[in-house]
Design a protein around this ligand. Structure first.
Ligand code: NAD
Ligand code: 0WE
Length: 262
């Protein structure tokens, strides 16, 4: 029997079979969870439908997190299928493309800042809040995906680093707020994974090679390694863990001065 048997999870952030959210869904399905999905726009619906089918799910709902109405509608629709849910996976991040190209000081703008924080951080609290009544009385778990650019200054990640710092603080405040209701809230800080969100990033391959030659484990992580930790964190096996950011990054973040090559 899987360790998520009897749990129902809503997965937000599948866009392709490479999406980290997809690996999380697979891992959770393998452990016995029942799944529901959202998709951002019509272009992605067919893909998300296929992924839902593969995990025996018929619940696929539209949700652009930029809109309050979409967020509310997801849960009013979900209610028609489920009278409770246990797990929310938030695997959403976005900044306008030009924000991720070039030097921080050259590209930062009020609009870029606002969009990055709205879509990448605020949406986590908004979804948690809109779905709270469906989770109350269960030992629920919320999970979000972050990146090391929140705690270190990195080239090109720019305003996304600020938005991820906000997301991590958001996760801790949600943990404090929802802890008394028995709901745990955590984040996974993943190493680089080649997904749609990474596809547009120049030098992404160089970053992956850098991790491969530098990280303590001398390799990149697989999306499935993120999925497995996600399944664990959202299960009763992690019943004493909340407000934590768990790194799944081959150990890269622990380094100070990496190996000296000379
Ligand atoms: P992805 O492109 O597969 O997923 C990003 C998702 O965000 C997509 O499903 C997209 O539809 C969704 N999204 C964007 N704007 C949205 C909106 N307005 N409304 C609803 N959904 C919206 O890429 P991914 O790499 O799987 O990203 C998932 C999460 O993992 C992101 O938070 C990302 O920051 C984080 N992350 C990624 C990496 C990496 O290297 N790929 C590393 C660490 C953390
Ligand atoms: O969080 C991310 C991806 C974030 C992202 C990517 C895009 C590309 C397309 C947010 N918004 C957009 N907007 C677009 O229009 N990652 C952790 C992956 C990532 O992105 C980087 C990275 C890494 C790693 C960008 C620059 C430097 C490193």
């Amino acid at each position: 029997m899987g360790f998520l048997e009897g749990k129902r999870a809503l997965i937000v952030g599948v866009a392709s079979p490479r999406s980290i959210a997809w690996s999380i869904a697979e891992a959770m399905y393998e452990q016995g969870a029942e799944l529901a999905y959202t998709y951002q726009n019509d272009r992605l619906k067919v893909r998300v439908d296929k992924i839902a089918q593969a995990t025996n799910s018929e619940i696929v709902l539209p949700c652009d997190v930029a809109f309050d109405e979409d967020i509310d509608r997801v849960f009013s629709e979900l209610r028609k299928h489920w009278d409770y849910y246990d797990i929310l996976v938030h695997s959403v991040g976005f900044a306008p493309r030009e924000q991720l190209i070039g030097d921080y000081i050259d590209v930062i703008s009020r609009e870029g800042f606002q969009i990055a924080h709205d879509i990448s951080s605020y949406s986590f609290a908004a979804l948690a809040k809109a779905g709270l009544s469906l989770m109350e009385g269960r030992d629920g778990a919320l999970l979000t995906l972050t990146y090391m650019g929140s705690i270190r200054a990195m080239p090109s990640y720019n305003v996304m680093g600020l938005a991820k710092a906000s997301l991590e603080a958001n996760m801790r405040y949600l943990a404090q707020s929802l802890g008394p209701k028995g709901i745990r809230v955590n984040a996974i800080s993943a190493g680089p994974v080649k997904t749609l969100a990474a596809a547009g990033v120049s030098d992404f391959r160089k970053m992956m090679t850098h991790v491969e030659t530098t990280a303590p484990m001398r390799r990149n992580i697989t999306p499935r390694e993120v999925g497995n930790v996600a399944a664990f964190l959202c299960s009763d096996l992690a019943s004493g863990v909340t407000g934590e950011t768990t790194f799944v990054d081959s150990g890269y973040n622990i380094l100070g001065m990496a190996e000296l090559s000379v």
